[in-house]
Design a protein around this ligand. Structure first.
Ligand SMILES: *Cc1c(COP(=O)(O)O)cnc(C)c1O
Length: 360
């Protein structure tokens, strides 16, 4: 068996320990004689899995009792519609557009009400986070929306926007559980789990209870109402059962690693190795304004499309997978999520040094 260093932006690397555990339980989960994949979601064994997953997530993020945790499906992209359908009580929302995902969310919201783009960093290819300390927040906005870590461009909000009392809704898909966060600062936090937590197919939403009401936009399908999922413990219909089970294992792994404070230290250490190298390199350059750099997604370029392609090809041959930048921006991107070991980043930097010498 040989595993590569996988720098994919998502689906992405998972802790090896978790994969081994899942493999060991594949044929017989804890004496049930079946795989979690084959199990009724109404069984006692499965109820214990989802309850424990929720409890561990609550522990990790210190989620207050007045927030619901929902395990949903449809990818993060489905939330682009569910959020306005459920939360646009006045039909108005403000969007801060810092990348493709925020832009898609904004465009989707435009179909359901008055969505205002109150700030954007598109003028410089989303390479920075705009100043959000005093934005023209709409008087009647139901929420202010951000994408907290921009997976494609490699930027991250280091301070949350001043929402002037409006609730904040945040897409944390690519920074979920990478560091501690204060849940009370948000009305809703959500993310697709395939970046940092588990297999594609699960979306986790953490929503303040008072925002979950029957009052949804007319025509909202039953499956797209937060209330139906909240009232049914995320089991109104069959949940993505196996995916939730893996998420639960990753929560336990993070706890064992020391929780989110330890995770943050580990991630900062890894990111520093890569950014320090980029800052002194004569060949490779980071593309993001320094103060807005993400700990999770690190885009960089050589300045030459041919050299970029050569680098991606040779890196792959050397066991560094998925370093090609997003199709919309080109260049390279190393995603260094929680489960990427420090050795993976050190090995990548050593390889980049060698490539730089060979191509000087
Ligand atoms: C990947 C990603 C999405 C889209 O996720 P899907 O689950 O494929 O819909 C949305 N937002 C962010 C920040 C992402 O990284």
């Amino acid at each position: 068996m040989s595993r590569v260093y996988n720098f994919s932006a998502g689906p992405a690397v998972l802790p090896e320990e978790v994969l081994k555990e899942a493999a060991a339980e594949m044929l017989d989960y804890k004496g049930t004689g079946m795989s979690v994949m084959e199990m009724s979601h109404r069984s006692k064994a499965y109820q214990a899995i989802i309850d424990e997953a929720e409890a561990d997530l609550r522990d990790l993020l210190n989620i207050p009792d007045n927030y619901k945790v929902l395990f949903l499906q449809g990818g993060a992209s489905q939330q682009f519609a569910m959020i306005p359908m459920n939360l646009m009580k006045n039909g108005v929302a403000d969007y801060i557009v810092t990348g493709q995902w925020a832009k898609k969310a904004y465009q989707e919201a435009c179909m359901y009400g008055k969505a205002n783009k109150i700030a954007s960093s598109e003028d410089k290819t989303f390479s920075y986070i705009p100043d959000c300390s005093d934005l023209p927040i709409s008087e009647d906005a139901d929420y202010v929306y951000i994408c907290e870590n921009n997976t494609i461009y490699g930027t991250k909000f280091k301070t949350l926007p001043n929402t002037k009392g409006k609730i904040l809704v945040s897409d944390v898909s690519s920074c979920f559980l990478s560091e501690p966060m204060d849940v009370t600062k948000y009305g809703m936090i959500y993310g697709g789990v395939q970046k940092n937590i588990g297999p594609a197919g699960v979306v986790i939403a953490i929503i303040r209870e008072d925002l979950i009401t029957e009052d949804t936009l007319p025509g909202t399908p039953t499956m797209l109402k937060y209330k139906i999922h909240a009232d049914n413990g995320s089991m109104y219909n069959t949940p993505p059962a196996y995916g939730i089970y893996i998420c639960g294992k990753v929560f336990k792994w993070i706890k064992k690693m020391g929780g989110l404070t330890a995770m943050k230290e580990h991630n900062e250490k890894k990111a520093k190795i890569l950014y320090d190298f980029l800052d002194q390199s004569k060949l490779f350059k980071g593309t993001v304004r320094a103060e807005d750099r993400s700990l999770m997604n690190v885009p960089f370029v050589t300045g030459s499309d041919e050299l970029d392609a050569k680098f991606v090809k040779e890196a792959k041959e050397a066991g560094f997978e998925n370093l090609k930048g997003h199709r919309s921006v080109g260049g390279m991107r190393a995603s260094i999520y929680n489960a990427m070991p420090i050795e993976g980043v050190e090995a990548l930097v050593a390889f980049m040094k060698k490539f730089e010498e060979e191509n000087a």
